[in-house]
Design a binder for this molecule. Structure first.
Ligand code: ATP
Length: 324
């Protein structure tokens, strides 16, 4: 086991090297004691085994311990996309943003053709392939992914407040549009550095989501094209069915115009990057708290010969209040 790569609500991720052969992988170790947790991980494994796409993280092996389960994953070395965008040497333009959003839509479109919803699309789940290929992304973390049967209503009560769709907050049936909403939020953040529904607290954020309270009033949008705003507006429609499919997203004017090399799409988005630095710092702070909780539970569980971590929904109390 080598360097730590990251951590999340479910445990820590480290780089590992295969003893025979020297292959490099990422190992995600998650505490798992209760049968219900084991079922959750089994579903994640089953779904990952069904996915083979260059933009989706591959699962190579699973190691079951007494009180934990370790996912042996494809190693992705480029770091998180939003961290790279904040690097001094990075020049964010609409044209580059289109390249990233296009890849996300392609990957999620593939999942949707298999009737699988990701349901946890957010900036930290989008990594850059390698330091040399920061223009290529990989989507990770299928812990909340679900199989979708069109005639069987699927409801969930988890996700990350800033990125979840109104139907999640309202505990209404989900669909492929639920992922499309999150892509809309990611696009908004990438182009402005601002989180469109962020409130002063979790409750307010969720209320803003259900009210679909969207605007482009901030000065950061002065440097953004009308096609980009139109794209975001289409994705962030309150009604899940009104949103375009991922394939339709790929045909939107914003993406096509950028591909044609429109000069307006090549301007550096300076205000967005300044805002993004604050956005990334705030998200890291929230995640570090979640990670400390997860690692503490993992260690406590291992000491006892069992772990006590839960697949804790981060939307938690505020969402329960909002939906009851
Ligand atoms: P969350 O709290 O977001 O649900 P999690 O516990 O499900 O987190 P992941 O999102 O899978 O964990 O991973 C946490 C972090 O570890 C990622 O944001 C990323 O920075 C890093 N990471 C995960 N998988 C890999 C990988 N295969 N290669 C490199 N880094 C990775």
């Amino acid at each position: 086991m080598k360097d730590a790569l990251g951590s999340g609500r479910f445990g820590k991720v480290s780089m590992v090297i295969e003893k025979n052969g020297g292959g490099k992988f990422a190992a995600k170790q998650c505490a798992c004691r209760r049968a219900s947790q084991r079922q959750e991980f089994d579903l994640e494994i089953d779904i990952m085994n069904d996915l083979a796409h260059p933009k989706l993280l591959q699962l190579y092996d699973v190691i079951y311990g007494k009180a934990d389960v370790t996912f042996v994953l494809e190693l992705v070395t480029g770091g998180e996309l939003f961290d790279r965008v904040c690097d001094e040497s990075f020049d964010l333009t609409e044209q580059l943003a289109v390249k990233y959003i296009e890849q996300i839509c392609e990957a999620i479109s593939y999942m949707h053709t298999k009737n699988i919803l990701h349901l946890d699309l957010k900036p930290e789940n989008i990594l850059c392939l390698s330091p040399a290929r920061i223009d290529m992304i990989k989507i990770i973390d299928f812990g909340f992914a679900r199989r979708y049967e069109p005639h069987k209503p699927l409801r969930i009560m988890f996700g990350t407040p800033e990125f979840v769709a109104p139907e999640v907050v309202n505990f209404d049936p989900l669909g492929k549009g639920t992922d499309v909403w999150s892509i809309g939020v990611i696009t908004y953040v990438l182009l402005s550095g601002l989180s469109p529904f962020m409130g002063d607290n979790e409750q307010e954020t969720l209320s803003n989501v259900t009210a679909c309270d969207l605007d482009f009033d901030d000065e950061s949008f002065d440097e953004i094209s009308p096609e980009a705003k139109e794209f975001i507006t289409k994705l962030l429609q309150k009604q899940e069915r009104a949103r375009p499919s991922c394939d339709e997203c790929l045909k939107q004017i914003w993406l096509k115009k950028a591909a044609e090399d429109a000069s307006s799409h090549r301007k550096s988005l300076c205000v967005a990057v300044t805002n993004l630095k604050k956005f990334v710092a705030r998200r890291k702070w929230i995640r570090s708290i979640n990670a400390v909780r997860a690692v503490t539970k993992l260690q406590a569980g291992l000491r006892k010969g069992g772990a006590s971590i839960t697949t804790e929904p981060c939307v938690s109390e505020a969402m329960k209040k909002l939906t009851t």
